[in-house]
Design a protein around this ligand. Structure first.
Ligand code: HEM
Length: 122
């Protein structure tokens, strides 16, 4: 692809920047999950713009399990609780700044109140 890399060189791929490339993504820094609704880009094919699980032979073998668990957990907490912000906090006051690190954490923890809607029978 136009680069000569000496044998044995350790190469790091800046996935964070790739997935926020404004040449590829409209409003690249904005959380817009609906951008994927009509999109053919996903993380299981060779769409190298979107690499949450890496790519190629060393990509994440746990991605199917992870996607199933995330959906299950998210659906469970959303369906079984009414979520609200603490008294006096408006949605626009929630600081969504990210903290730098290997994984993405919020810089300021999110405080939310949960009210059970009904008890789940496992
Ligand atoms: C949202 C959840 C997860 C994310 C975002 C994620 C992401 C990743 C990424 C980016 C890699 C490196 C891929 C590369 O080097 O190109 C990786 C590797 C790996 N992941 Fe995950 N992962 C997740 C969940 C899981 C789960 C649930 C398991 C196991 C049950 C798992 C097992 C592994 C293993 C064993 C590797 C190393 C693969 C190798 O080096 O050959 N991951 N994961």
């Amino acid at each position: 692809m136009g680069y000569d890399i000496a044998e044995g060189t350790r190469v790091y791929v800046n996935v964070y920047e790739i997935m926020r490339d404004s040449k590829v993504w409209d409003q690249a820094d904005t959380f817009l999950p609906e951008r994927f609704v009509e999109s053919s880009i996903d993380f299981v094919r060779h769409n190298f713009e979107l690499l949450p699980f890496g790519a190629g032979r060393r990509s994440c073998p746990g991605r199917v399990f992870a996607m199933a668990i995330i959906e299950k957990v998210l659906a469970t907490v959303l369906c079984n609780f009414d979520w609200s912000l603490p008294h006096g906090v408006n949605p626009e006051d929630v600081d969504m700044t990210e903290r730098c690190g290997v994984a993405n954490h919020k810089k300021v923890p999110l405080l939310a109140h949960e009210k059970p809607i009904h008890i789940v029978n496992w």
